[in-house]
Design a protein around this ligand. Structure first.
Ligand SMILES: Cc1cc2nc3c(=O)[nH]c(=O)nc-3n(C[C@H](O)[C@H](O)[C@H](O)COP(=O)(O)OP(=O)(O)OC[C@H]3O[C@@H](n4cnc5c(N)ncnc54)[C@H](O)[C@@H]3O)c2cc1C
Length: 392
């Protein structure tokens, strides 16, 4: 059983239903979500598929294998996987790399360090002239003095069509899916120290030998139902660093050439979304919000994002209206690395929770499914076991 149908839970459910993963197909797989699939953190994600600033090295390699898994799924799926905006079908995968630049100061020093480290680790990262960046992305205003780095293997995905695809795959492979408030897990039944099943808010009891908790930033609360400990940065504490601000712009008809790939300046990160929309986020503004930030303050900060977009994407942003501005919460492990594995406190309980979950989802789904179905531990997951955290 999988609890939580965000990108992590749906990717895992699709793999668990696949007898090819190894170890054979389990008798029954359930996927339960107390809301709608993909409507949690996944829906708000910038969903940049990258291994840009992941450390240590093993976490970088895990993210690189996540990037490859996305490219492989898109190749296997064919044209239907490629999201190219309205009218182009329900695609999700946007290859084309990412452009990141800085003009001086700490921003440039940091970019230089990142490019040097990534090249050293064999990752595709190159310096390109400003003129080339303007050719690749005519919508951008980049100052002549900028140094621009290009990361050609990076990509972005559109979360909702990706989750819809994974969910359809899971269903086609026989996974039973229950969603909505009635399917919210409110208790985990254990006997003799092992998981026997879960109880849902609607009153249904679902038996299970294994319950995999993929509940995103609510994972600590769900794991606690079985007496297990998962220490994420508390998502709803005042001042928490887990909440993030984002805004969407909808450009007008005369916006000129659209944005086509991930772009990152020291002041603004932006990416194209379906229907010509543009996603905006700024790391420094994230520090100003938590889940208690009043709505008028969120709106004011979103206007600041829009102002920065006018600078970076003048034609696109000048014609655009702000169509969404919200604070959403990242599942943030205290050491930034994924938490993946079984719990000694309750046999049969297993957790998969991570930041960078859009990048990691497909690869974690493969590794965890194989581990659960074969009983053989995946060496790639050894650094991420829940046991590295000690309950205080
Ligand atoms: C603003 C922002 C930008 C991001 N940018 C990137 C990025 O560029 N690249 C990247 O790789 N990652 C990024 N991330 C991180 C990434 O989006 C997350 O790691 C990922 O979406 C987490 O997915 P999830 O399935 O674990 O969680 P969720 O999507 O939150 O799904 C968890 C699900 O569990 C369900 N649930 C919770 N409790 C229960 C219960 N008791 N019973 C039943 N169901 C339950 C919820 O309803 C929800 O649907 C970003 C995140 C944010 C917020």
């Amino acid at each position: 059983m999988v609890i939580g149908a965000g990108v992590i839970g749906t990717a895992l459910a699709a793999q668990l239903g696949d007898g090819e993963t190894g170890g054979g197909r389990p008798a029954q797989v359930w996927l339960l979500d107390g809301g709608e699939p993909g409507a949690g953190t996944t829906a708000s994600s910038m969903a940049w598929i990258n291994a840009h600033s992941k450390s240590p090295r093993h976490y970088h390699e895990l993210a690189v294998s996540g990037m490859r898994a996305h490219a492989a799924l898109a190749r296997r799926t064919g044209p239907a996987a490629y999201g190219r905006g309205e009218g182009a079908g329900p695609g999700w995968y946007r290859p084309g790399g990412a452009l990141r630049w800085a003009s001086g100061g700490e921003g440039l020093d940091q970019l230089r360090r990142t490019v040097a480290r990534l090249k050293d680790w064999g990752y595709a990262a190159e310096w390109i002239p400003v003129t080339r960046a303007r050719e690749l992305e005519p919508a951008l205003r980049i100052e002549d003095a900028a140094r621009v780095a290009y990361f050609p293997d990076e990509a972005a995905v559109d979360p909702q069509p990706l989750v819809a695809h994974l969910l359809a795959t899971a269903r086609a492979r026989g996974v039973h899916v229950r969603t909505g408030e009635d399917a919210r897990v409110v208790a985990v039944d254990t006997a003799g120290g092992r998981v026997r099943g879960v109880r849902c808010a609607g009153g249904e009891t679902v038996p299970a030998d294994v319950a995999v908790c993929c509940a995103g930033w609510r994972t600590p609360a769900v794991a606690a139902l079985a007496g297990a400990y998962v220490p994420l940065v508390p998502g709803d504490a005042p001042g928490s660093e887990a909440p993030t601000l984002l805004a969407h712009l909808r450009p007008g008809a005369d916006a000129g050439p659209p944005l086509t790939r991930m772009v990152l300046s020291p002041r603004l990160h932006a990416r194209p979304l379906a229907g010509g929309r543009v996603y905006l986020e700024a790391l420094d503004l994230n520090d100003e919000v938590d889940r208690h930030t009043p709505a008028d303050r969120v709106t004011a900060l979103a206007r600041e994002l829009h102002a920065r977009a006018r600078d970076m994407l003048p034609a696109v942003a000048r014609t655009a209206g702000l169509v969404a501005a919200r604070v959403c919460t990242r599942p943030l492990p205290p050491d930034d690395n994924s938490i993946v594995g079984p719990h000694a406190e309750a046999e049969g309980l297993y957790t998969v929770v991570t930041h960078s979950g859009m990048t990691l989802s497909l690869r974690l789904g493969e590794l965890v499914a194989r581990e659960l179905l074969t009983g053989r531990e995946a060496p790639e997951l050894a650094p991420y076991r829940p046991a590295r955290f000690v309950r205080r």
